[in-house]
Design a protein around this ligand. Sequence first.
Ligand code: SF4
Ligand code: SF4
Length: 291
Amino acid sequence: MLTGLVFNVQRFSTHDGPGVRTTVFMKGCPLCCAWCHNPESQSASPELVRLRHLCMSCGRCTEDELDSPVVIDRNEDDVEACPTGALQGVGERIEPLALVTSVLRDRIFFDESGGGVTISGGEPLVQAAFVTEVLRRLRAEGVHTALDTCGFGRWPDLRGAAEHASLVLYDLKLMDPARHKAATGVSNDVILDNLRALAGVHPAIWIRIPVIPGVNDDDANIEAAADFVRSVPGIRQVDLLPYHPTGEAKFARLGLDYALHGTTPPEQGRLDTLAATFRDRGLLTTIGGHA
Ligand code: SF4
Ligand code: SF4
């Protein structure tokens, strides 16, 4: 039976494509970006997370267990037994029809706002068969669908999922392969090749670039990104997404180091300059994303 591992469903989202949307967050990502807003998404396995600030050391967990914020051998009984709710499951298995039925509850908001459903993550292509089936069912219902991907996956998987997506939100992070690998754990060769191939078959792709001070906001990277996007036929929209330390508290709760501690969001003047780099090349560019 086909199932997917979903770690969150966020209703009334306005940042993941046009209109009011429901965003489905899939678990599992092959990248490990330091600025990730959802570090709990990176593992492709269901996990239990021990939230230290809620733990009252009731004695059910051993000292060794308390040292580890993530419980790999998940046991639902542990969740029930924790008196403070400090043990929380991350990732629930669900069948495509059940997920589609659930998100269609908000259809009236999609229809009134020009919104729809966005499949995000993590990286949706990690669970390509499930994601493709969910997108297919939603499109068959007449719902606007968006696939939010980092582009790191098998081309047949991307092509198959994108075929049922009204819109693809495609992330670009760094243009230099070595810098990309240092920042995310993987090179960008596959990501750039996939984007070129996708632009040849898909009519609606929006590029999304997180602007991370000290990581990818330098002139050389931004100019290389703008030149690359300009060179791909059919892509004319770019969203610059300013860094925000949203993920830092989550990293802490997971007991992970936050490499960007102390990094502050980019200043408006710098963002305007970066946006101009894209606009000078004829690209429709926003700061913060299309509403
Ligand atoms: S059961 Fe909950 S409150 Fe008790 S030690 Fe474990 S995490 Fe802490
Ligand atoms: S690609 Fe996205 S989900 Fe994956 S680690 Fe990077 S920021 Fe997080």
